[in-house]
Design a protein around this ligand. Sequence first.
Ligand code: MF3
Ligand code: CO
Length: 249
Amino acid sequence: MIRVKSEHEIEKMRSAGRIVAETFEMLSETIKPGVTTKELNALADEFIKKNKATCSFYRYNGYPASICTSVNEQVVHGIPSGSVALKAGDIVSIDIGACYEGYHGDAARTFAVGTISSEAQKLIDVTKQSFFEGMSKAIPGNRIGDIANAVQSYVESNGFSVVRALVGHGVGAELHEAPEVPNFGTAGRGVRLVSGMTIAIEPMVNMGTYHVNTLSDGWTVVTADKKLSAHYENSVVVTAKGPEILTKC
Ligand code: MF3
Ligand code: CO
């Protein structure tokens, strides 16, 4: 069942989303060679709690940390670790969820660590832009397939691939709600969008094959060919005036 939100609920989601966006702002200065992903996790955890919110991912289906940190060929759900220090040339995807007064905000960004290759920078840029291509279709009367197709077309026309094994989702009182929001598909197909629907659009884009595997930790998703992957996500509300990003400062 798709839960359409009231203005009151959307206001709470803006608050949750603002905390998520501010957490990224706070973290961005510390993402440098030498920092461990566990240190980033601790900073985010502290910041979210200081803002009277809780970490949406902590203990979600047993997830053991407050945020996800996925380095290089890791696609999503990388577990922060004290033995993983970022090094120049790495890319790191950070996924953050915060719950404020019962409502979640969910977003992800991919950061460059020090100087990275131009191919890696292109991957980050195309992934971010593919989100905006998809979001531009999030208007009442359109369908989920319009978003999915816009993301896929943009990514593939730039020579990269979209992950198919994982998808975006509705977001609200639950971190994951209906409907699923895939990053591939056919325009004109799928659930029809209405004003007040809140969805997390989250392209996961690979440099090589779209196939992925899960590591033996049960969480970390990696590319099957070990090539780089990037992730970009925002929680968005569909309105008659167009899509509004909730996970912004
Ligand atoms: N942010 C992820 C998503 O967009 C959720 C991470 S769930 C966790 O769906 F369990 F890994 F934390
Ligand atoms: Co999400």
